[in-house]
Ligand binder design. Structure first.
Ligand code: AMP
Ligand code: ZN
Length: 492
């Protein structure tokens, strides 16, 4: 059963927020461009994958069956001139003295480890470019037959001008005009092999030095980067599917080329909703390997870096990312992480406090209305910062109810428990045992039990036992503090 909702998503194709109506009633096809596994993913890459993880989780939470395809680019990602020095895999394999496929394996393993650390759910299909060489050759052939691609010197290029002559519009996603593109790319591109500088490679002839190569009707070569995503998305999701995602920087040329390939070959728009996630910046500049302005995710977690004063738990990073809307730029800094850590701990403490409040007959807080607001935030193009502000409203009331300044009925407490669990753990993907104040469920339960036993000892006037509990806890760094709302504890 799909939850009653009114989801709106920002579609880059129309440039507007649109009501989300899936192509098939209860199931959704979603494709997200995966990593190019020639080196470690940086924290910026993680932000994009995490944005789509949150979107995937929310769609699943609403009750949809989601086929989520995220590829691994393990061949073919190079600048268009086909020079072997521009193949990222070949270049890296020389640097590390490994086979290109060892590079692929090494960084695929690293990628999976990083995403697991940050609690991202795996996609339902994770296809690789090298596993779909035949399909890529077939698509290139089809485009040649349709007059939309041409072969020259063993390479195949997509003919952008021919595509536009068919009344189609290369540039529709990024709103670029083909004439401007031709004028702007002419001087930059020293290529005379292509009919036109805006044409892009579907297949590249491999020079003798190029070791990543496959046989094709045009001789030995390797596929162009854009072709793999068209092939793998249509193979697993069909010629028209619901959602295609990726970082903003992929809009042009990558996604523009994907549209042209699919539309050219199949005669229809391939994707209903194009979703683009915004960039992570550090020191105000886009995080990127090439400029050196980056941090590896594991360096943030271990504390081995020059930017942050202490290590941060992966859950805090996740929370920090979700405090920004996925379409906004987010600048990561030491202060931002410290603030997120505080917020994260407050949220987790609030959820735990739900177990320790006395219920009242009536509530001083409209929980049903609050729940509606939470859904309204997520339905508004996955607005996690607004959702988080509503979650903090609930935390304020829960803490108030614990202190006796607010009241919550048992029904409302149950609704809060269920929905906080769903939003915080299922949709936002946070974990309760990640609060960096050192508390976790098991420790919490144990200390609460000892507090109860100490209270009983005091009732029984067994001062020796009550002092023993307090002192021995203190000796291992757990301080009990008696206040008017009962006994709290802290760790040092
Ligand atoms: P790549 O492996 O270079 O294809 O990048 C993988 C994903 O990370 C793509 O969706 C990119 O758009 C995204 N990406 C790259 N740099 C950043 C950044 N600084 N912030 C957020 N996402 C990024
Ligand atoms: Zn792609």
């Amino acid at each position: 059963m799909i939850k009653n909702h009114n989801l709106k998503v920002h579609n880059s194709l129309s440039g507007e927020k649109e009501t989300f109506v899936p192509i098939h009633k209860d199931s959704i096809g979603m494709y997200v461009c995966g990593p190019t596994v020639y080196s470690n993913v940086h924290l910026g890459n993680v932000r994009t994958f995490l944005s789509f993880d949150m979107i995937y989780r929310y769609l699943v939470h609403l009750g949809y069956k989601v086929r989520y395809v995220r590829n691994i680019t393990d061949a073919g990602h190079l600048t268009d001139d086909g020079n072997v020095d521009n193949d990222r895999f070949v270049k890296q394999s020389r640097l590390e003295k490994l086979e290109p496929m060892e590079i692929v394996q090494k960084y695929t393993v690293d990628f999976h480890k990083v995403l697991e650390t940050f609690n991202l759910l795996p996609p339902t299909i994770e296809p690789t470019a090298t596993g779909h060489i035949l399909e890529q050759i077939e698509l290139a052939q089809k485009l040649i037959e349709l007059g939309l691609a041409y072969e020259i010197n063993g390479s195949v290029y997509f003919d952008v001008v021919a595509y536009n002559q068919k009344g189609l519009n290369y540039g529709e996603l990024s709103r670029r005009n083909i004439d401007d593109l031709i004028n702007n790319t002419r001087d930059l591109d020293g290529q005379d092999e292509k009919r036109n500088p805006v044409d892009f490679a579907l297949w590249k002839n491999a020079s003798p030095a190029h070791i990543m190569r496959w046989g094709s009707p045009w001789g030995e070569g390797f596929p162009g980067w854009h072709l793999e995503c068209t092939v793998m998305s249509t193979k697993y999701l069909g010629e028209f599917f619901d959602i295609h995602g990726g970082g903003m920087d992929l809009k042009f040329p990558h996604h523009e080329c994907e549209i042209a390939q699919a539309k050219g070959a199949n005669g229809q728009e391939p994707v209903k909703y194009w979703l683009h996630a915004n960039m992570l910046t550090m020191n105000g500049q886009r995080m990127s390997k090439s400029t050196g302005n980056y941090i590896l995710p594991m360096q943030l977690v271990s504390g081995e870096n020059d930017f942050f004063e202490k290590p941060f738990h992966p859950g805090i990073v996740r929370f920090c990312f979700l405090q920004a809307h996925y379409r906004s730029v987010l600048d990561i800094s030491n202060d931002a992480m410290l603030a997120s850590e505080k917020g994260f701990n407050r949220l987790m403490d609030g959820i735990k406090n739900l177990d320790f409040i006395q219920n009242s007959k009536e509530s001083t807080f409209d929980v049903q209305n609050w729940l509606k607001d939470c859904y309204a935030a997520m339905d508004d193009d996955f607005n996690t910062p607004i959702l988080i502000s509503h979650l903090f409203d609930a935390v304020r009331v829960i803490n108030g109810a614990k202190a006796g300044t607010e009241k919550l009925s048992s029904d409302d407490i149950e609704v809060l428990k269920k929905s906080l669990n769903e939003f915080v753990f299922d949709v936002m993907g946070l974990k309760s045992d990640e609060a960096s104040n050192g508390k976790n469920d098991k420790l919490d339960g144990t200390v609460q039990l000892l507090i109860k036993m100490r209270n009983q000892a005091r009732v029984d006037k067994n001062w020796a036992l009550s002092d023993q509990i307090r002192d021995e806890l203190a000796a291992i760094g757990i301080q009990l503090k008696d206040g008017k709302d009962g006994t709290e504890y802290s760790l040092n």
